[in-house]
Design a protein around this ligand. Sequence first.
Ligand code: NDP
Ligand code: 2IT
Length: 447
Amino acid sequence: MIKNEYLRKLYAECAVKNQDEPEFLQAVNLFLKSVDSVVDHLPSLLESGVLPRLLEPERVIIFRVPWVDDGGRVQVNRGYRIQYNSAIGPYKGGLRFDSSVNLSIMKFLSFEQTFKNALTGLPLGGGKGGADFSPAGKSDGEIMRFCQSFISELYRYIGPGIDVPAGDLGVGAREIGYMFGYYKKIVNRFEGAFTGKGISYGGSFARPEATGYGLCYFTEEMLNRYCNESLSGKRVIVSGSGQVGSNAAVKAARLGAKVVAMSDIDGVIYHPNGLETELVHKIKTNRESITLYCPHNPAVQYFAPPAQLWRIPCDVAFPCATQNEIDLAAAKDLVKGGVKVVCEGANMPTTPEAIDYLIDNNILFGPAKAANAGGVAVSGLEMTQNVSAYPWTFNEVDEKLKLIMKNIFKKIDETAKRFNKPENLVFSANITGFLKIYEAMAAQGVV
Ligand code: NDP
Ligand code: 2IT
């Protein structure tokens, strides 16, 4: 419940205006609840008009993506790019290809991205895009033709200094390669208009690993600062074993954790003594089902559907699949199973009721916009390397990533203390990101 009358009215207007956008409204509501606690400390906030501007994306681009499938039939998907906010830098954020993609999901992702990018300390505005196209089950040729058609429209809106897309769910190195190649052909310039590129054509080392590794570095900071502990020896469960989940699992295992369960869209694999995370990573990098792990170890148990994961006893849970995957029932299962830390690798994977339940039960909670910021942070480092035409080594990038994750934790921990909400990182991540954007927007006048 938002207490401040102005904020309540703002939310009510936003809800009327965007009534078919539940995910966007969920993200806005959570954000305004955080602002509610600090509004009295920011006397010029209301008159600056920053908040109503922040609830409206700067630009929404929706376009037709026609392509021809292997059977010679014409298919049509809907493409999106939300250029949400450019107060602190060019629009930056991933592209999601999934059948569930719609305007609400695009808007919530770009809204969240705006605050996340502000937390990285890098000059990155917020954006997101994608299409209601699922790469699963498509041939390489179909994926390439789809990506080329997508870029034949999007190219006119992006570029370095304007808007720099990257990957997200359903978009990895293969899709970025096809999109970058076609972009380069159309504009006839080799430039850093995308991040997440392959190493051979301007990508950064450690970008594929960055979100998952960063999630572990952030979790280490939380455990260390609040419990004087580390990931070593902890039982970890990971949902989703894509770019984020499989790399988080590999890093957690290297830091001494026992990754006891992982999931994909099909189901869950579980072994109380720990899974071979590198093998899961290899299977999923080949785009195969997690069930392929089972023949390697007959002691591994397999469950379906994937939501069974949250019933497995653990110390640390990394939701790394998609939005709202931890609902109240799942949160109750996690608490029953002894979880101590939930750290979000996916964007908004925990429902508001589940977040409240976890926090009320003293579970350490790492919100996505801080905990999964490592991916976009290394995208920012990729942009720097592209401009300077001087690539860094894996270790150089990894060290910078560690430092960025430490700094994000430090900044939001300080904000939590400053506003007397110790350890409430949901609140402090929202407010730390917001204060930076607020200052930039107020300074730039009404634009
Ligand atoms: P990928 O497409 O690489 O992987 C997604 C994984 O989630 C796949 O293993 C997929 O299974 C699995 N999955 C999808 N739905 C479910 C479900 N309902 N239950 C269990 N597993 C499921 O995407 P990413 O790893 O890139 O993205 C995952 C999340 O992380 C998204 O929320 C994204 O927004 C967020 N994120 C991504 C970043 C990035 O840089 N890529 C950065 C920050 C956040 P299957 O393989 O069987 O399809
Ligand atoms: O949600 C995210 O932060 C991403 N998908 C990564 C965005 C990026 O530009 O690297």
